[in-house]
Design a protein. Structure first.
Length: 199
């Protein structure tokens, strides 16, 4: 229980930081395509972080309709897996696009992992092959759960490939530093923890 409170406290701190960043970007005079894309990334991370708080709060809950609430929260969480990957790739493409181009060179298939995550989330409402709940209303991963975790990594890997390719051709240290920052960002941003209780 103490570990849960510490985790929630840390998560609330992350939410405050994300909200502060969003406020700053929203009031930034520079409303370029890349800045707008990054704002969508922050919103998606904030959305997933808030969902994680609900997941932590209702996992194992014994309140009335606790199982139904848990199923719904996990349904939203499963859909959220693909959201950050989708918007992160869109942001990377916006940053790496020539500033003279009106529209970024978008990957035509970046929506596919997100669509698959949404489809699997819907399927999870009627089957236990992705998520299950034990007699104590605690989350248990189904046999296909690793697949819905891996799917968003497709967009993240595509984004990393684009950044690495740009890094190799960057002609000044500042651009290289920006590329390194973009390679590092997805690691903490997409972290979502499922704490499983050992029987």
């Amino acid at each position: 229980m103490e570990e849960t409170y510490l985790y929630l406290e840390f998560t609330f701190f992350c939410i405050l930081v994300l909200m502060a960043l969003l406020y700053r970007i929203s009031h930034d005079p520079d409303q370029s395509h890349s800045n707008r894309a990054f704002r969508r990334v922050l919103i998606s991370v904030l959305y997933v972080t808030i969902l994680d708080c609900f997941w932590e709060g209702f996992n194992g809950s014994q309140i009335a309709y606790g199982r139904q609430i848990n199923i719904f929260v996990n349904f939203l969480c499963l859909m959220s897996y693909g959201i950050i990957g989708y918007y992160w790739l869109a942001y990377v493409e916006a940053v790496l696009t020539d500033i003279h181009q009106k529209h970024p060179n978008a990957s035509p298939y970046r929506w596919l992992p997100l669509a698959l995550c949404i489809g699997m989330a819907v399927a999870s409402l009627h089957s236990g092959w992705i998520i299950q709940f034990d007699e104590n209303n605690r989350f248990q991963p189904g046999a296909a759960y690793p697949l819905i975790v891996i799917l968003p990594c497709i967009n993240l890997l595509m984004a990393s490939y684009k950044v690495i390719r740009h890094y190799r051709t960057a002609n000044n240290p500042q651009k290289k530093e920006d590329d390194i920052a973009m390679l590092i960002f997805p690691c903490p941003a997409t972290h979502r923890r499922h704490r499983l209780q050992h029987q």
